[in-house]
Design a protein around this ligand. Structure first.
Ligand SMILES: Cc1cc2nc3c(=O)[nH]c(=O)nc-3n(C[C@H](O)[C@H](O)[C@H](O)COP(=O)(O)OP(=O)(O)OC[C@H]3O[C@@H](n4cnc5c(N)ncnc54)[C@H](O)[C@@H]3O)c2cc1C
Length: 414
């Protein structure tokens, strides 16, 4: 019987250690932090959206990079199987809006607690406060790892479950990419993703904290519409964030980071076509006929946005409503249908939910997660070049790739 070393006690590493050891493989889980699952702890705003209760076909529609690579892992350990697994180790789950799955307790700490219990029950050994410094391989196969303690730990299989670069304070700071490169693995371009967008406009600061519901956010570059969706977004002190923006960041991370000019437009009234909006403006103006322009918009726009829009419209704030011309009104309507914002850059890793890019999946066996270059070396979780939208999909990628690799070592080593 051989020994498995799992590097990293995050989502993927914990699942892999629990499953492999339960399957009879001698397993050592090495985590550099003082405890397991530091990032899992902060997921889903502390509630951990651990998966999305959808079938694999729908799941794959939410994967942004290399969805084909994930077919086998997801069919082998689907969201439903994941829910069943967590229930079997004691974690009660519930399903919320958008099929998002959470612990019934609303505590991400319970996901860690039950995974840790499962690991201990399976007999896997956990080494905390210990970093892997180097993976040792000879003649095209892994032999073990060198630890921060100076010790050499012999292993017949090594799982790299070191995560990406985002939220480095949780321990994921890119070691896995370094290990991979040392063995000739290609690492694709790494970028922060599911992250806020910094804007050139400084007026966003004036509306910091304002959340817009039911707006359409669209992105254009080189005259092409690259993204357009209806939903929710919010303003921050130096840009925009919220669900629509996170999705946009995921789809346009490359375009934005390559220095392309990206212009955004917010349709503040997507339910009204231009003619309907004009009618609505006429009605509002008629009701406020003797007031000043800036004081006539209370029913149409959130109050903190009014001074911003008024200033962008070029119509003097104190202009008498009955003096506003038809041309002014139609230019104002056009502004409401397409409030312009220019992208400065993406937010950084400190605030990015995930890292886009990673281990080139062409060099990884999609059924087992094993390297095609070094025998016994496996890559699981966020370190791979796979990523998805928010909604529990990224953790499911960690669970499924971990499970695939664990099954493979059970077959190979036990
Ligand atoms: C704020 C936030 C909220 C999120 N919310 C959700 C959500 O609700 N749902 C969802 O699906 N996804 C969510 N995600 C994404 C999700 O957390 C990640 O996709 C997932 O944790 C990746 O799992 P992983 O095991 O690959 O990496 P990680 O969970 O990052 O684990 C990597 C582990 O490896 C350890 N490590 C690194 N290098 C070494 C080394 N050399 N030696 C030993 N140990 C090492 C690290 O300390 C760390 O514990 C969120 C992410 C963030 C940042």
């Amino acid at each position: 019987m051989g020994r498995l070393i799992v590097i990293g006690g995050g989502a993927a590493g914990m699942m892999a250690a629990a499953v492999a050891a339960a399957g009879g493989v001698e397993t050592v889980l090495v985590e550099k932090n003082e405890k397991l699952g530091k990032k899992v702890y902060i997921t889903g705003k502390g509630r951990c959206n651990l998966t999305n209760d959808c079938d694999v076909r729908d799941f794959l529609k939410n994967v942004v990079s290399n969805e084909k690579f994930l077919y086998s892992a997801l069919y082998g350990f689907s969201p439903q199987m994941t829910i069943d697994y967590f229930e079997s180790i004691g974690l009660k789950t519930k399903i919320e809006r958008g099929n998002r799955v959470f612990p019934v307790s609303d505590h991400s700490s319970d996901v860690n607690k039950y995974l840790e219990k499962a690991i201990k029950w399976s007999g896997a050994k956990i080494m905390l406060n210990t970093a892997v410094k180097e993976i040792v391989a000879e003649d095209g196969a892994v032999r073990g790892v060198k630890l921060s303690t100076g010790e050499f730990l012999q292993g017949d299989a090594v799982f790299v479950a070191t995560g990406g670069l985002s939220y480095p304070s949780t321990g994921s700071d890119g070691d896995g990419y370094r290990f991979a490169k040392e063995f000739g693995h290609k690492v694709t371009r790494l970028l922060p993703s599911l992250v806020s967008v910094k804007t050139k406009e400084e007026w966003v600061r004036q509306v910091e904290g304002l959340s817009l519901k039911n707006v359409v956010l669209s992105a254009y570059s080189n005259g092409k519409c690259l993204y357009s969706d209806l939903g929710e977004m919010l303003f921050t002190h130096n840009g925009i964030s919220g669900p629509l923006v996170l999705t946009l960041s995921s789809m346009l991370a490359d375009t934005i980071s390559s220095g392309n000019k990206v212009d955004l437009q917010i349709d503040l009234k997507p339910g009204l076509d231009p003619a309907q909006l004009d009618e609505r403006l006429l009605k509002d103006f008629n009701e406020n006929i003797n007031r000043q322009f800036a004081n006539s918009l209370g029913k149409l726009l959130p109050s903190s946005l009014i001074p911003v829009i008024v200033s962008l419209s070029g119509i003097p704030a104190d202009k008498q409503v009955n003096l506003i011309t038809k041309e002014e009104r139609s230019a104002f309507a056009a502004l409401i249908k397409a409030l312009p914002i220019s992208v400065l850059r993406l937010g950084c890793y400190d605030e990015a939910v995930i890292t886009k890019g990673g281990l080139d999946v062409k060099q990884i066996n999609p059924s087992t997660m094993e390297s095609k270059l070094i025998g016994g070396l496996y890559f699981i979780g966020e370190v791979l070049d796979v990523d998805a939208f928010t909604g529990g999909f990224n953790l499911q990628i960690a669970w499924s790739t971990a499970h695939a690799a664990a099954e493979a070592v059970i077959e190979a080593l036990s």
